[in-house]
Design a protein around this ligand. Structure first.
Ligand code: HEC
Ligand code: HEC
Ligand code: HEC
Ligand code: HEC
Length: 398
């Protein structure tokens, strides 16, 4: 296991004590501290005579007092994997992941934490390794079966052939449909448009065929893997002792939820409301009473209560969209210290407003927030695709 940003948000002491209490096999490779972390930089073990080494790569944006995150690429460039399977647990975000995948030539499997979607078909790396992810929220368990072929280079995912074959089928079906429509078309404009689409799909078909060939060629030259994402729905059942521990943890750690000081009725500025450029919704009320009144009638004004009801207000996976400014590096980042920015407040849509509140006629805000602002949170994944621009906008317009 690799402790990531979501764990360290609760402080180093917390992560250390939980790791110790539950004997979690933590590994962290690229963090150097004045008082060293109590976990090894790598863990190795043997299975059926094969040596396996595990690295844990922290994100450079991880902030730990007295510690420094070193360049993970520099570390992994030196890794050689001749007779060893190298696994990297990564807390890097997407762009950095891809960059690392290019540099980490000795890595066999990179398991990443940031991806919302599980990767049923693992993403190949340039060196023949694979990137894996079982998605977020613990909804799926990723199972990778690995079969070593002596002397083989890189990995072949058994599911990949089927996935690429279905890409070829899809392109072929599309071309067939376009040909039928072209035959029936009467005006030259339509024919031209359909011809352009045909060219596009012909290229797609060729690319898919090439990928299929690559996935199925030279079976002896690669080790084989079989990747599976097992859904952990209610039917998966609970492990009673673990459930008990989780419930006890939630009861002990979510009981003292911060008050909803971001609510419009709170006195302005009390208890240090606001952080960085964010002033908090309470700072806007005095001058914009009608807008504040309408806002208070929307779900946005109660978004934090929804998390509390779920006992998930300290979950970094959740609070970004239910707390004002949490997606901004200068906004609240610690779920235990929200500075009165609970809920989807004024500044979630209009932008940080401390300067504006102090000097409204010189420092201006976005008067009509664009839909691109909404879909950062109404992202069609977390909200089950319910967002409908016109209907939703009408409900938040003051
Ligand atoms: C990407 C942004 C985002 C994240 C992350 C997020 N939410 Fe939400 N959440 C939303 C949006 C948007 C809605 C409103 C959906 C609607 O009504 O159309 C919502 C609604 C809700 C609701 C109330 C309505 C419902 O659908 O049940 C609850 C409860 C909730 N979220 C809990 C959570 C929990 C728990 C997490 C973490 C596991 C979480 N949210 C993470 C954006 C997010
Ligand atoms: C969910 C996003 C959202 C939130 C949260 C929000 N607003 Fe707005 N606000 C809008 C939109 C959209 C418009 C533009 C309406 C239009 O196009 O007519 C707007 C317009 C305004 C305007 C311009 C004048 C007007 O009423 O059209 C003011 C002032 C304003 N909002 C203040 C606030 C204040 C104060 C809060 C918090 C109490 C707030 N808004 C919260 C979306 C939001
Ligand atoms: C001291 C009074 C005052 C406070 C506090 C205040 N505003 Fe304003 N706001 C104004 C005035 C006055 C205008 C009109 C500015 C103009 O037309 O030059 C305005 C305009 C706006 C507009 C329209 C766009 C613009 O900048 O002209 C938005 C949106 C807005 N305010 C949101 C907010 C939000 C959000 C807050 C809280 C963070 C806030 N206001 C706090 C007085 C205030
Ligand atoms: C910072 C994240 C965030 C942003 C930005 C945001 N929303 Fe939301 N929105 C939420 C969350 C979270 C909820 C769920 C609140 C609840 O009921 O607990 C929600 C709920 C709503 C609802 C109520 C849905 C229902 O059925 O109760 C509407 C309507 C809505 N949002 C429209 C918008 C529009 C339009 C915009 C852009 C102008 C916008 N939102 C911007 C997070 C956001």
């Amino acid at each position: 296991m690799m402790p990531g940003r979501g764990d360290f948000a609760f402080g180093r002491a917390f992560v250390e004590s939980v790791g110790k209490e539950f004997e979690l096999p933590y590994v962290i490779s690229n963090v150097e501290c004045i008082t060293p972390l109590p976990w090894p930089a790598t863990r190795s073990f043997e299975r059926n005579g094969v040596k396996i080494v595990v690295y844990g790569i922290a994100n450079p944006s991880l902030e730990l007092v007295g510690c420094r995150v070193t360049d993970p690429g520099a570390l992994l460039e030196t890794v050689r994997a001749d007779d060893t399977v190298v696994i990297v647990l990564s807390d890097l975000d997407k762009g950095r992941d891809a960059d690392l995948a290019k540099r980490a030539t000795g890595v066999d499997f990179m398991v990443r934490s940031d991806s919302i979607e599980g990767l049923v078909t693992p993403t190949p790396m340039a060196n023949g390794g694979l990137i894996l992810s079982s998605g977020s929220r613990g909804r799926q368990l990723g199972l990778l079966e690995v079969e070593l072929t002596p002397g083989a280079l890189g990995w072949r995912d058994e599911g990949e052939g089927a996935a690429r074959a279905s890409d070829v089928d899809a392109a072929t079906a599309k071309l067939k449909e376009l040909a039928t429509r072209k035959a029936a078309a009467t005006d030259t404009k339509s024919v031209e448009r359909l011809t352009r689409q045909e060219e596009f799909w012909t290229k797609k078909q060729a690319d898919a065929r090439a990928a299929l060939e690559l996935a199925t060629a030279a079976p002896g030259s690669k080790g084989r893997v079989r990747n599976e994402l097992r859904g952990l729905g209610v039917d998966a059942g609970e492990h009673a002792p673990t459930l008990e521990r989780v419930s006890a943890f939630k009861a002990a750690n979510t009981g003292s939820a911060p008050s909803a000081a971001g609510a419009v009725s709170s006195p302005m500025g009390e208890g240090g409301v606001g952080v960085g450029p964010f002033a908090g919704s309470a700072a806007c009320t005095a001058c914009h009473a009608p807008q504040a009144k309408q806002w208070a009638s929307t779900g946005h004004a109660r978004a934090y209560a929804a998390l509390v009801a779920d006992q998930r207000q300290f979950d970094l996976d959740c609070f970004g969209c239910h707390v004002t400014g949490a997606k901004d590096a200068n906004g609240p980042q610690d779920p235990r210290a929200l500075h009165g920015l609970e809920n989807v407040g004024c500044e979630s849509c209009h932008g940080a407003g401390r300067d504006h509140a102090a000097s409204p006629t010189t420092a201006h805000l976005v008067a009509s927030p664009p839909t691109s602002q909404c879909v950062q949170c109404h992202d069609s994944r977390q909200d089950g695709g319910r967002f409908e621009e016109a209907a939703y906008r009408a409900r938040v317009t003051h």
